[in-house]
Design a protein around this ligand. Sequence first.
Ligand code: CTP
Length: 287
Amino acid sequence: YLSAKAKVFVAPAMDLDMYRHPSTARNLDTLRADGVTLIEPAEGYLASGLTGKGRMEEPEEIVKVIEAWMDASASLKGKKILVTAGPTHENIDPVRFIGNYSSGKMGYALAGECAARGAEVCLVSGPVSLPVPDGDIRRIEVTSAAEMHAACLREFPGMDAAIMCAAVADYAPAVCSDSKIKRETTGEITLRLVPNPDIAASLGAIKTPEQKLIGFALETDNEHANALSKLRRKNLDFIVLNSLRDPLAGFGKDTNKVTVIAATGEEKSFPAKSKTLVAADIIDFTL
Ligand code: CTP
């Protein structure tokens, strides 16, 4: 199991007290969080002679669950999807930069889930320490917002959709020193910052009616109103709202809790889940 690259399903079978035990529930939760699909046991006659929940699901039902998954796993076949992920670093000098706490985990989970469903993925990634997920994923590594902007403008015209998950730095130093700024000789300094290009808005301005554009909003205040105004301003089709105030959402965490809002006004809130499962929810709702 640990080295399995394939999708894993578990159809547990055990006596009713064992199934009801909290340690079983905890272990099954761990498996679910790791992306394993649980096929719940049925109620009925058990090997112990007792009757209750713990009977392995009928093989015909197990096959149906797997077939449904196989249909869904080809749901993005033939689609090309651009995903941005991670932070950007804006250099001050050769050894210092302005950055943010983005780990890239959410964007990488989205890229992995799109590929798992058969899409051809282009992952434009800022500096992170994550491996490229399995599947048809071409990673373009960039450092600054300007580089990410250029890569996205180049790649977007051939795409069916773009998911803008990167935490792009809003400002960059107006000048980047060629040599290391020395404390002794420089003393107090003032950094002049200039705004970076808005990558999502640039793609929103050139997108065709067939292309879908999905953005993210990480807000601390007036979350819903701010997310809606971002959706309109950047001409997005969907915006995924996650709140920094939620302990299960945000930078570096393995879990996230999101609400997805469509330009049509439709919206859906999901409970806190692992970022892999959140990626599946976002893709189900938007693509
Ligand atoms: N985004 C982008 N390019 C930028 C800034 C943001 O593509 N220069 C994208 C993000 O990837 C995200 C969405 O726009 O999908 C919203 O990002 P956010 O930082 O929340 O919005 P900002 O426009 O920067 O607004 P503010 O920081 O003022 O909240």
